[in-house]
Design a protein around this ligand. Structure first.
Ligand SMILES: C[S@@+](CC[C@H](N)C(=O)[O-])C[C@H]1O[C@@H](n2cnc3c(N)ncnc32)[C@H](O)[C@@H]1O
Length: 248
């Protein structure tokens, strides 16, 4: 079956400046929800999650210091960040498109964390229903218009004054002989053609700062984790050009 030009969803109608960007992705041979199957979820839980511990701690600390009570982790994967948040008493909902990832997260159940199968392009939650939304390593594997849609949706579910925490690869100024970055590049290029194409495009467009800057989303707090390869930016809603038309 040819899965090229799959329409995954639509941008919120209240964002006319983005409406010219239909969410049509580059040629894909595999439906997105199947890209993270059982094997990928197992590998992620065993090999990737342990490397991301510093990221989990920093995101949890930000949420504690911002004094948030209800958090949505968009594209939550195996739920490692959700468990870390639940451990410090924050109520968290994880949403992910992959059944295998959601099953892996539910197997490691922790009170205070719940998991929902759903798409980041069309989040199954009401407007303004969370104090914070997290996009952790969620943007880099997607096409630019998909990244925009994910940011729009994450902002839509935030209450006014809520915070968007975006954590993703931050390309260093000098990449040669930067061993952590070389490992990131190796992992990303072996993760499948769509993932790899998304990563290359993400880096070309300025990595983490790119999608935020293009929408005038200004972070009021920024830090790095995982040997400096992952940047964490915190944006308060409403903010940037996305605020002009409202979150929905
Ligand atoms: C690189 S993993 C990141 C997982 C986790 N957030 C973390 O920090 O480790 C990307 C996750 O995004 C999920 N994903 C990809 N496209 C999605 C979409 N459209 N909606 C929801 N989740 C999606 C994948 O299933 C996968 O679990």
């Amino acid at each position: 079956m040819d899965h090229s030009f799959i329409l995954y969803g639509s941008l919120p109608p209240a964002k006319p400046h983005l409406a010219q960007s239909p969410i049509v992705v580059y040629r894909s041979r595999m439906p997105e929800r199947e890209r993270y199957g059982r094997r990928a979820a197992g590998v992620y839980g065993a090999l990737i999650d342990p490397v991301l511990r510093s990221l989990r701690s920093k995101v949890a600390r930000i949420c504690q210091e911002e004094d948030v009570a209800r958090v949505l982790d968009v594209a939550c994967g195996t739920g490692a960040q959700c468990r870390r948040l639940a451990r410090v008493g924050i109520r968290v909902t994880g949403v992910d498109l992959s059944e295998a990832m959601i099953a892996a997260a539910r197997r490691r159940h922790r009170a205070g964390a719940e998991y929902v199968l759903g798409s980041a392009f069309d989040l199954p939650f009401l407007d303004a229903s969370f104090d914070a939304a997290i996009l952790s390593l969620a943007l880099h594997e997607h096409a630019e218009n998909e990244r925009t849609a994910m940011c729009c949706q994450a902002l839509r579910v935030l209450r006014p004054g809520g915070v968007l925490v975006v954590a993703d690869y931050a390309c260093p100024d000098r990449t040669s002989l930067n061993v952590p970055w070389m490992i990131v590049r190796f992992v990303e290029t072996t993760a499948g053609p769509e993932h790899c194409a998304g990563f290359a495009d993400f880096v070309r467009r300025g990595s983490l700062g790119g999608p935020l800057a293009r929408h005038g989303l200004t972070s009021f707090r920024a830090t790095r984790a995982v040997f400096g390869t992952v940047g964490i930016d915190v944006v308060r809603w409403p903010s940037g050009t996305l605020a002009q038309s409202g979150p929905n």
